[in-house]
Design a protein around this ligand. Structure first.
Ligand code: PLP
Length: 405
């Protein structure tokens, strides 16, 4: 699994000129960077962003703007005008530290979600909260359980914390909740489930999740990652009230439907004691001043959210039907992306390269443990059409060359 990922710092040693202080320079001279890491971090593999090397446009194509970004599950529609206005007002305050309690944003979220402020933690992206969980809750010897074929950030956190992780295979590209329960052992401390799942777009219903939580030992923290919750149309997917379960932490993000990936805002909903612990160990002034303002304004602009969600759901439907019409095995999705299973890793890589040559970035899913699959993020309507044309051309070209998808 590791050989599919790039080594930290792209395998390069840091160059002297990039390092700030004299002490740091001396450390670099004395030791190669990797040698300075704690032993369990040696060889940790960094998260690869967006277009992986196998999907990147070839050199001559990279000179052809504009590149259509459909590789990172970003929101092509962007934030609302009221959010941009709130951020520009907040610019006047960037000489001040933000409220370490994040009170305004937590209050707005509490109103929005019908929970108490005490049940909420906000941070620089939901992944930052996940990182706090790994840092604050896992002790040496504890174990994580999840499925192979989920959000790649989890693997990076597992590796950097240096704990073992049991990975159960997906079933039908969805989280196999039954096998996850079977995999829980005496050392299991953390269970991670993404619902809907990235990169597959699949989901498990609310009743399944309720049953799962009931059977999960209370000593295991259940992290239910709902980064794509706003895109969910099937009301049976997200369980309602999990307040009866103090071992459940739900993670949500402003990076997707709210279009604020670049500002980094996420939040966690859970038992007050658990959340208080997470608020204690997080870095106090995150998220930043602009993010707080943007988050509050984004929650208030329900019209914009509805526009984004309905346009994304329409685009998702168009991509699924268009890809299927071209013979691709596109899975149903409750997110802002669509996954397709190809016949082989080579076919998946070739499709990514072929659409990249036509100026569109999508993603081969080797880093997620699914090398024979590709994932495309819903774009603007015109981008979705251009993607489908690019796929059609790519498949025709590979047929002409006697290859198979
Ligand atoms: C399932 C899942 N969880 C968490 C994240 C990270 O979200 P954030 O930008 O809020 O850190 C992502 C990002 O793609 C994701 O797909």
């Amino acid at each position: 699994m590791r050989e599919q990922l790039a080594p930290v710092n792209g395998g390069q040693r840091w160059k002297l000129g990039e390092v700030g202080s004299a002490a740091a320079r001396a450390a670099v001279l004395a030791e190669p960077a990797a040698g300075a890491l704690a032993p369990h971090l040696d060889g940790v593999l960094a998260y690869q962003q967006g277009a992986s090397s196998s999907c990147a446009a070839e050199p001559e194509a990279s000179e052809r703007p504009p590149l259509i970004r459909m590789a990172s599950n970003e929101n092509a529609f962007g934030p609302s005008a009221s959010v941009l206005a709130a951020v520009s007002r907040a610019f006047g305050q960037i000489n001040r530290y933000p409220d370490a309690e994040g009170r305004r944003l937590r209050e707005a979220l509490a109103n929005h979600l019908g929970v108490q402020v005490e049940n909420l933690v906000v941070d620089s992206g939901s992944e930052a909260i996940l990182a706090s969980v790994f840092r604050g809750i896992l002790r040496d010897g504890d174990e994580v359980v999840t499925c192979r074929g989920t959000f790649a950030g989890v693997r990076v956190l597992v590796a950097t914390r240096g704990v073992p992780c049991r990975e159960v295979p997906l079933r039908g590209y969805a989280f196999d909740l039954e096998r996850l329960l079977d995999a829980v052992g005496p050392r299991t401390k953390l269970m991670y489930v993404a619902n809907p799942n990235n990169p597959t777009g699949t989901w498990r219903g609310a009743a399944d999740l309720q049953r799962f939580v009931q059977h999960l030992p209370k000593r295991v923290l259940f992290v239910l990652d709902e980064a794509y919750a706003e895109y969910v149309c099937d009301t049976g997917i997200l369980p309602g009230d999990l307040r009866a379960y103090p071992n459940v932490l739900r993670l949500r993000s402003f990076s997707k439907a709210y279009g604020l990936a670049g500002l980094r805002i996420g939040y966690g909903i859970g038992d007050a004691a658990l959340v208080a612990m997470l608020r204690t160990i997080k870095l106090p002034f995150e998220p930043n001043q602009l993010a707080h303002a943007a988050g509050v304004a984004a929650l208030a602009d329900t019209e914009h959210l509805q526009m984004v969600v309905s346009a994304t759901v329409a685009g998702r439907g168009r991509l699924i039907s268009g890809m299927r019409a071209l013979g691709l095995e596109a899975l149903p999705s409750q997110t802002n992306f669509v996954m397709a299973a190809m016949r082989s890793p080579a076919a998946a890589a070739e499709l990514c390269r072929a659409v990249a040559r036509r100026g569109i970035q999508i993603r081969q899913l080797a880093q997620f443990g699914l090398p024979d699959c590709v994932r495309v993020t819903v774009g603007l309507p015109d981008e979705n059409e251009r993607f489908l044309v690019a796929v059609a051309e790519a498949l025709t070209a590979s047929d002409d060359a006697g290859e198979s998808a």
